[in-house]
Design a binder for this molecule. Sequence first.
Ligand SMILES: Cc1cc2nc3c(=O)[nH]c(=O)nc-3n(C[C@H](O)[C@H](O)[C@H](O)COP(=O)(O)O)c2cc1C
Length: 323
Amino acid sequence: MTLPTQLANLRIPVIGSPLFIISNPDLVIAQCKAGIVGAFPALNAREKEGEPILLEAWLKRITEELDRHNQANPDTPAAPFAVNQIVHRSNERLERDLEICAKWKVPIWITSLGARVEVNEAAHSCGGITLHDIINNRFAKKAIEKGADGLIAVAAGAGGHAGAQSPFALVNEIREWFDGPVALSGAIANGKSILAAQAMGADLAYIGSPFIATDEANAQPEYKQMIVESGAEDIVYSNLFTGVHGNYLKPSIARAGMDPDNLEDSDPSKMNFGADREKPKSWKEIWGAGQGIGAVTGITPAAQLVDRLAVEYADARQELCGG
Ligand SMILES: Cc1cc2nc3c(=O)[nH]c(=O)nc-3n(C[C@H](O)[C@H](O)[C@H](O)COP(=O)(O)O)c2cc1C
């Protein structure tokens, strides 16, 4: 199947994935101008009480800056952007955010945690497409039944709420029945891995953690530096911090006074995306990252990271397929 236009004309087949707190308009605009889809979670745009709606301001800025870029650079237009909706009962903003995104004609809608018909309908009402993220084949089927246009297969090793399945198994099971758009998520951090994702049957690579170590990312300098200095062995998979399993940087857990190799278990009833989301104070600086960060060797502008991936991807294609 051919890809929808929103995903078809990228410089390299990559989506810069949405990162809680970290993704902001600066990062999204830089990613899109560099030729990959940039994304942010709608919940990152949080205004204080009485202030104008920040999501609206972010969408206006991103849309206008990318339009201006496209007029000035008709030969190298920006990639489209995506907004991530957390479809969970504790997200009391969901309905409002769907309306705002439809009003601003968001081109790509990424949905996490719940597959709902009305969210897909809202995206389609403004000409957008939805990609739903899943960690197994059963959730993948449910998402497509509810009207998602494509899937994000979140495999083992991904930053944030990661799955536990091998990407080979997950993509293969999905490709047995689904020929629509599939992005693969989990520890993809160089050009060879992007090509490998395509060889496996995915259309696109979904890359998060490497973008934490960029100038534009809204993350503390110590967090960016920890990404640069860490590798796969420094990542621990735990459900303690949010109630669902995710991957975290061990040194940040140790700094908070816990033993990263002996963490307690939690459960999904602890998930909360509401305005009252409060973490214990000592957890504020527990930092998420995927296993691919060994490929990150410095903090750079996002455009430089995309340039590196593009060069590596072209080299990998040349090496493996002769072009
Ligand atoms: C710090 C952090 C925050 C994240 N926040 C979100 C989020 O708010 N919404 C979402 O859909 N995914 C979120 N993710 C998951 C990413 O979108 C993506 O699946 C993951 O980063 C890909 O794996 P990688 O980090 O190994 O590249 C987050 C990941 C990290 C590392």
